[in-house]
Design a binder for this molecule. Structure first.
Ligand code: SF4
Length: 482
């Protein structure tokens, strides 16, 4: 097992993300040793550590003289390429095994995708439900007569919500030692370590699962898309980091959720919505990642070249929604899916920021950031930079969406009802500017018709004002390309 600084530096990796990965690794190594395995382990501060994955494999091969290398499919094309190059260079045979912590391997996904004009998650999800036998009857019909209960899952809060308190996960001696080492050897990482509260062992991960199923799942569906200032976790599961670290298997998670529905402790809209995230979205996104290949990372379908503004690193902005979303990420390495998609992601899309810069930020700043998930979710879904592979229409929205789903606009210096003028909400300015800039490109997209119709009603004077305001905002926020 290798702890290498290069993996925390190829994109700036949040203090908590780095600590979480390394602490989980050290706990796992200790568990393996307890089971009687011999583990070769290189620590971040080992004197001879070359701090790069490839050169450390070479060093390990020199020390251990293995007959062959066996790896589970990694979460990144880059890492797979390093493994292959290193094995070739050392003349050692490499075997890559499929990862049992996913429910659909890339070969099965590719077979499903073959010959389809469009990859539609909903179609994939229905097949997953049937093949895994989840929430379907013996004829393959969906439980409750519908595949999807999304229309029930869009409630917002009328008053300050009081979600259940998250369980506390003890920071033990191993995690404390990792924290000290990370602070000492990688002092420039972004984010804060102060509120570290992530499960790093299987036992802690099971405690997190138990808490979600019993305390959050019943209301998860209703408030899946809701936001509230200062409330970062609400009824969300926060299980993606432990799934990505293989501390929990997705199958055991969805089985627990379905059992909660069967015993009457959680409603169908919540359980179906949650199951869809795990067996639908999660697997679909990973399938797209391996299907599309390494070139996917370079796509920029909308030709956006803007720089990532400084406030993505320090939350210093007057936009209340963005300040809240980003400070949450800096403090906890987490934000829930709507905050990621409709606040930080939506802003980057409509402001015209370079998709690679945004994807790298998502990869490094979240506790669950792994390339297979952040790349299609960010570059594809949030930024529509993949030419429509993940989504047939961009998730562009004005401030109105944020106003409807949160209380942020009541605490903002900008006016969410305005789209021009000094105090106009930047989400409004950039949303209309986005439509103006891409009107021609989207004119043949059926799903964009309503949005573009509204644009047609705008006077020429107003479109000019919006273009000028957007240009000024881009300059002031440091978005304009250098
Ligand atoms: Fe965000 Fe605009 Fe609302 Fe301010 S007014 S919180 S910038 S959506």
């Amino acid at each position: 097992m290798l702890e290498v600084a290069g993996e925390s530096r190829h994109v700036p990796s949040h203090f908590q993300r780095t600590t979480l990965f390394l602490s989980a690794m050290r706990h796992h190594a200790a568990w393996l040793r307890d089971q009687g395995w011999r583990v070769a382990y290189v620590r971040l501060d080992d004197r001879k550590n070359t701090q790069e994955f490839g050169s450390e494999i070479v060093r390990a091969c020199e020390r251990l003289a293995p007959e062959r290398l066996t790896a589970v499919r990694p979460g990144e094309h880059r890492v797979l390429a390093i493994l292959k190059e290193t094995a070739d260079g050392s003349g050692i045979k490499l075997t890559v095994k499929e990862d049992p912590h996913f429910l659909c391997d890339p070969g099965t996904f590719n077979a499903w995708a073959e010959g389809r004009k469009e990859l539609v998650m909903e179609h994939f999800y229905r097949e997953q439900r049937r093949s895994l036998g989840l929430l379907v009857d013996n004829k393959g019909n969906p439980e409750g007569g519908q595949w999807n209960f999304d229309k029930d899952n869009r409630k917002s809060f009328r008053a300050s919500p009081r979600p259940p308190k998250r369980p506390a996960f003890t920071v033990d001696a191993i995690t404390r030692e990792v924290m000290d080492t990370v602070r000492r050897t990688l002092p420039d990482l972004p984010g804060s370590l102060d509120n570290f509260n992530w499960p790093v062992t299987r036992e802690q991960a099971l405690k997190a699962l138990d808490h979600f199923i019993k305390s959050c799942l019943p209301r998860f569906g209703d408030y899946q898309d809701a936001m509230w200032l200062g409330q970062r976790t609400l009824y969300h599961a926060l299980l993606s980091p432990v799934m990505n670290l293989k501390l929990l298997n997705p199958r055991e998670i969805v089985d627990r959720a379905v059992r909660a529905y069967e015993d009457g402790s959680a409603p169908l809209n919540a359980v179906e919505g949650f199951v869809r995230q795990i067996i639908g979205w999660r697997e679909f996104i990973r399938g797209v990642y391996w299907l599309e290949g390494p070139d996917y990372a370079g796509r920029n379908g909308l030709k956006h070249k803007g720089r990532l503004p400084g406030f993505y690193w320090d939350a210093e902005t007057d936009m209340a929604c963005m300040a809240d979303a980003i400070s949450g990420v800096l403090e906890t390495a987490y934000a829930h899916h709507i905050s990621r998609l409709m606040v930080t992601g939506n802003f980057a899309l409509i402001a015209g920021i370079d998709p690679k810069a945004v994807s790298d930020w998502y990869l490094g700043m979240y506790a669950d950031g792994v390339d297979w998930v952040t790349l299609p979710n960010t570059l594809g879904m949030a930024l529509h930079a993949d030419g429509g592979v993940v989504g047939t229409k961009p998730y562009a929205a004005s401030g109105k969406y944020i106003q409807r789903m949160s209380n942020a606009c009541e605490h903002c210096r900008y006016d969410v009802t305005k789209r021009t003028g000094e105090d106009a909400c930047p989400f409004n300015v950039f949303y209309w500017d986005f439509l103006i800039r891409h009107e021609k490109r989207f004119s043949s997209n059926r799903r964009m018709r309503m949005m573009l119709k509204n644009l047609e009603r705008m006077s020429e004077q107003e479109t000019t004002e919006i273009t000028v305001s957007a240009g000024r905002l881009r300059r002031d926020m440091g978005i304009d390309p250098a």
